[in-house]
Design a protein around this ligand. Structure first.
Ligand code: NPQ
Ligand code: MG
Length: 377
């Protein structure tokens, strides 16, 4: 294809309730949507990508306005004006053309997603078909933020279980761990699939506290230690019965391979944005599957665009645990696409070409803070 236009849409979308993790509280989703216009063998087409960076560098080093700048100044030129003459741009070669830019996986992932969406729309193939999906629906888990009290946590969890979510993930932090987990277990029983996510808030000194979680038969503990502490995660794993799952630490297939061989990850959370795109996400899936390591699809409070693409990814065979792929309504009263629905604990995988849904113009406009045309041929 030949890219003819690139537009960046900066959105601010209110959340239905504040979302608190060990690193902070979010009231809105500061989103960045990439719109790529392209000329293909099948005619002109528009592709959409979502950048999952947060508005501040608290989850990882990237942040949304930094991503917009990287996309505008370095990634888009690499795929347009600086593309060598005669080179045909495809989604599969986006990573190659931007490899000289160090880091910035979320910015790269957003651009690759938009190009892939355009390519698949032109070819009439769905994301799930292209990525290798084998299921029509995927099980839907929900991430429960840190609440003001244990009582409030029980009310919130009760609501999600009543709605039908098949797995609960409690966000934890030092001082908010054993107590809420014990309360959820004693209230809802041992059969509720339950896991926790620390977002890197602990150190190895906290191993005795984390070990107290062993008695609650959790599916896993997600990212207890810092992003770069692979060796220390391996050490912690040797001291816990609860499987360790890495999120922030896995930034590429290479780091996934390191984590697996070090014994630092018994489970891997795959987020396409964090690893540089859906294609790298599939490579990590393949690697983990070959090593017998379970994977599941994480979430970054995506709009319906990224949420639908994540459901497609989670339909691959190695995704053997429920993902953080909840309904749009978990976070948004109004989404920018047709809402992603959860029915009987499952989310349907879109089968129409590309991601399967696109932003609705009026909804996009309603949440838009800025729109920049960063390239036009
Ligand atoms: C995680 N997500 O697994 C993350 C991190 C996270 C669903 O638990 C705004 C935007 C707020 C992105 C809070 C879930 C966020 C965010 C947390 C991502 O670690
Ligand atoms: Mg996480």
């Amino acid at each position: 294809m030949i890219i003819t236009t690139v537009r960046l849409h900066r959105l601010s979308i209110p959340l239905v309730a504040p979302f608190t993790t060990s690193f902070g509280t979010e009231l809105t989703r500061e989103a960045l949507i990439v719109e790529v216009g392209a000329e293909t063998a099948h005619g002109p087409v528009t592709g959409w990508g979502e950048c999952v960076a947060m508005d501040e560098p608290l989850y990882s080093a990237e942040y949304v306005d930094g991503c917009a700048e990287v996309i505008r100044r370095w990634l888009v030129p690499a795929l347009t004006s600086s593309l060598p003459a005669g080179v045909e741009l495809t989604a599969e070669t986006v990573g190659h053309h931007v490899r000289h830019v160090v880091g910035h996986p979320m910015a790269k992932a957003a651009v690759e997603m938009a190009v892939l969406d355009a390519q698949l729309r032109a070819a009439g193939q769905s994301f799930a078909q292209y990525l290798g999906g084998v299921r029509d629906t995927v099980p839907s888990g929900v991430s429960v933020g840190i609440q003001d009290s244990v009582e409030q946590t029980l009310r919130v969890v009760d609501g999600y279980l009543t709605e039908g979510y098949v797995r609960i993930k409690l966000k934890i932090a030092p001082g908010w761990d054993v107590e809420p987990v014990r309360a959820v277990r004693s209230t809802f029983g041992d059969d509720v699939p339950l896991q926790v996510d620390a977002n890197a808030a602990y150190t190895l000194v906290d191993a005795p506290t984390l070990r107290r979680l062993d008695e609650f038969d959790l599916l896993l503990i997600e990212q207890p230690l810092a992003e770069n502490d692979l060796r220390q995660h391996a050490e912690l794993a040797s001291r816990l019965r609860t499987p360790i799952c890495l999120d922030e630490s896995v930034v590429s297939a290479e780091s996934a391979a390191d984590a697996i061989s070090l014994g630092a990850a018994q489970v891997i959370n795959i987020k396409p944005g964090r690893v540089g795109g859906y294609l790298e996400a599939v490579r990590i899936h393949d690697l983990a599957k070959a090593h017998g390591v379970a994977v599941w699809c994480g979430g970054m409070v995506e709009t319906g665009l990224g949420r639908s693409a994540n459901a497609a990814l989670a339909s691959l065979p190695g995704f053997v645990l429920p993902g953080d792929i909840s309904a749009s309504s978990r976070f948004y009263e109004l989404d920018i696409t047709e809402p992603v629905e959860m029915v009987s604990g499952r989310v349907a995988v879109d089968t129409t070409p590309g991601v399967g849904r696109a932003p609705v113009a009026d909804l996009l406009a309603g949440f838009r803070m800025a729109e920049h045309e960063v390239f036009a041929r």
